[in-house]
Write a protein that binds this ligand. Structure first.
Ligand code: B12
Ligand code: SF4
Length: 528
């Protein structure tokens, strides 16, 4: 008997992720809520590196030839990182097969929709949440009555009416990708640069159901959990339950990422946090600015004293990997006030300081400062600030290089011995020391990418021994220790004759993150 050929799907959900390691949680929610349409729906994920033309070809092949009268639907998840590729994809799909119904959704097409080319090209847009509204729209397209509106506001049902998406993670996802999970949705705070400030509040999923789903993932072998909750430490009871759940399942390979607000860390949470060994917890802590004037202007409520106390506690008493964020270019933030914030944060010794540059996200209230603070942003995604009333365009460029080099030298964890030497080279502060080095490195290389570890070692040696006049053996010792530990196996000029011969290392993708963390957690080499 010939085997039955499976019918092609009538609904394809797709998106371009930033990288392969990121799996789309949003689309898995949509899939999990398709009901009887689940069997005719499939998920296809691509990365932003893929050519839209190839993706269009793959999607059309998957749908098969047009069927008489039957609708074929492509749902596309649109975000700031993929709107360019998405626009091109929709253009190609509509040109190749005009009858395919293209439905957009995602944060990038949830605001200012009337201004967007991708929206003009597509058939429908669901703004906001898509969990319930996407299946409804598909049903209408497949069975009628046909929808009347092009732009549909996504329904926000109580969270217990939404099916959890975690069974949609495949075994391959579990083995090779970060698993995004969500115990709550939304944020009650109003920071004007952030899209989550438009949420009315934060809504919690039923904790028992959520933990039961985590248990299933854990039993299936999942060990890397990345919580996308905007403020994990908002409800202490919930946060404590979740930490307790994972404490009971501690293994060497467990890795948990949470986003925290910095000024809210009661003892109950601290008592749990200290029980985790190194390498398990990673906290992303948005500090953004220490400048009270700027904080007030952008409606960010943050107690700087508590923030500082909590960060110091986390850096000294816990073994969590601390990743603290600052944003450059906020309205009214000068280079000097940013420098003061950076130095204050550096003194608290987080493992990483992530330097972001302000973006004007569609729909956010930061726009209200544009005229008064002479803010100029890129008109295309990611809408990065180009200049402000107190930062000219050259200063913003200068800072972008600083941020890039900071990422390579500090956040990478590759230069934990050498960095402190470098940051002592300006009496004013670590920020100024790094800024001077950054200007020097730019002068010397003219580039911010394709800088190999060997090039950086040689540049640091020249700068510290030449421009700063430090003793060469001391500098070499620091560089040698950093370079040997980094896993790089070439032969920088500055370390000629000093490197031992070692076998080449092997690396597996899911462990990279842990390795980067690991570099920070060697107590001798950590920043803290
Ligand atoms: C994971 C993540 C990332 C990952 C990428 C993940 C990936 N898949 O590739 C990384 C870390 C790389 C990243 C980077 C950035 N991110 Co980010 N990120 C997130 C985060 C934390 C989680 C996304 C998520 O899974 N949410 C949970 C799901 C359930 O929600 P959702 O994705 O919005 O999906 C729902 C709806 O949007 C809708 N929907 C989604 N897809 C579709 C498709 C269809 C057809 C329909 C109908 C509906 C629909 O239905 C879903 C269910 O309700 C969000 C914050 C958050 N908690 O949402 C920010 C967020 C998406 N990021 C944001 C930003 C600004 C950035 C950065 C620019 C930050 C920066 N560095 O400055 C960078 C961009 C990098 C770049 N290359 O340009 C903004 C979004 C702005 C925008 N307009 O897209 C968010 C919302 C944060 C915020 N509050 O401001 N990010
Ligand atoms: S920055 Fe953080 S606290 Fe502020 S609105 Fe966004 S998610 Fe909420």
């Amino acid at each position: 008997m010939p085997t039955a050929i499976a019918a092609p799907p009538s609904i394809v959900l797709c998106t371009f992720n930033a990288k392969f390691i990121h799996a789309s949680l949003g689309l898995r929610y949509l899939l999990a809520n398709m009901g009887d349409l689940r069997s005719s729906s499939v998920l296809r994920e691509f990365t932003i590196a893929r050519k839209p033309q190839e993706v269009a070809g793959e999607l059309l092949k998957l749908l098969g030839p047009p069927q008489d009268g039957a609708a074929q639907i492509i749902g596309l998840g649109v975000y700031i990182w993929n709107v360019k590729q998405g626009t091109e994809l929709v253009r190609l799909l509509k040109a190749a097969r005009p009858a395919v119904r293209i439905v957009l959704g995602g944060p990038e097409v949830s605001h200012e929709v009337e201004l967007q080319e991708i929206v003009r090209l597509a058939d429908f847009v669901i703004t906001g949440w898509g969990d319930v509204s996407f299946p409804k729209l598909c049903r209408a397209l497949l069975e009628g009555p046909q929808p009347m509106l092009k732009v549909i506001q996504g329904e926000q049902p109580p969270l217990n009416e939404i099916a959890l998406p975690y069974a949609e993670y495949s075994d391959a996802d579990l083995a090779h990708r970060l698993l995004y999970v969500e115990a709550s949705r939304g944020c009650p705070f109003k920071c004007e640069f952030c899209l989550s400030s438009l949420d009315q509040t934060a809504w919690a999923f039923d904790l028992e159901k959520f933990l039961a789903a985590m248990q299933v993932l854990h039993q299936r072998g999942a060990r890397h959990f990345k919580f996308v909750d905007r403020t994990f430490n908002l409800k202490i009871d919930t946060a404590a339950r979740i930490l307790q759940f994972f404490l009971e399942r501690l293994t060497d390979d467990l890795f948990l990422h949470f986003e925290l607000v910095p000024d809210h860390l009661p003892d109950r949470l601290k008592d749990l946090i200290v029980q985790f060994p190194p390498g398990v917890l990673q906290f992303e802590i948005g500090v953004q600015s220490f400048n009270p004037g700027v904080q007030g202007r952008i409606s960010r409520r943050q107690d700087n004293v508590k923030t500082e106390a909590n960060l110091r506690w986390l850096a000294t008493a816990s073994r969590a990997h601390l990743h603290a964020d600052l944003i450059f270019g906020l309205p009214g933030e000068t280079l000097e006030s940013f420098a003061a914030g950076f130095d204050r944060l550096y003194a608290m010794r987080p493992d990483e300081i992530q330097l972001g540059i302000l973006k004007r996200l569609r729909g956010t209230a930061i726009e209200r400062h544009s005229a008064e603070h002479a803010m100029v942003y890129e008109t295309e995604a990611p809408y990065t600030v180009l200049q402000t009333g107190v930062l000219d365009a050259l200063t913003v460029q200068r800072f972008k290089r600083f941020a890039r080099y900071w990422d390579l030298l500090a956040s990478s964890g590759r230069f934990t011995q050498t960095l402190p030497l470098l940051l002592e080279q300006d009496q004013r502060s670590p920020f100024h020391a790094f800024l001077t080095f950054s200007d020097w490195l730019w002068q010397r290389t003219g580039k911010t990418s394709a800088l190999s570890p060997e090039l950086l070692v040689d540049a640091l040696a020249d700068y510290l021994c030449g421009a700063c006049g430090l003793d060469r053996p001391n500098v070499q010792q620091a560089l040698l220790s950093d370079y040997s530990r980094s896993g790089a196996r070439s032969n920088p000029h500055a370390l000629q004759g000093l490197l031992p011969k070692q076998p080449a290392p092997t690396m597996r993708t899911p462990k990279r993150l842990a390795q980067r963390q690991g570099r920070h957690q060697n107590p001798d080499q950590a920043l803290r």
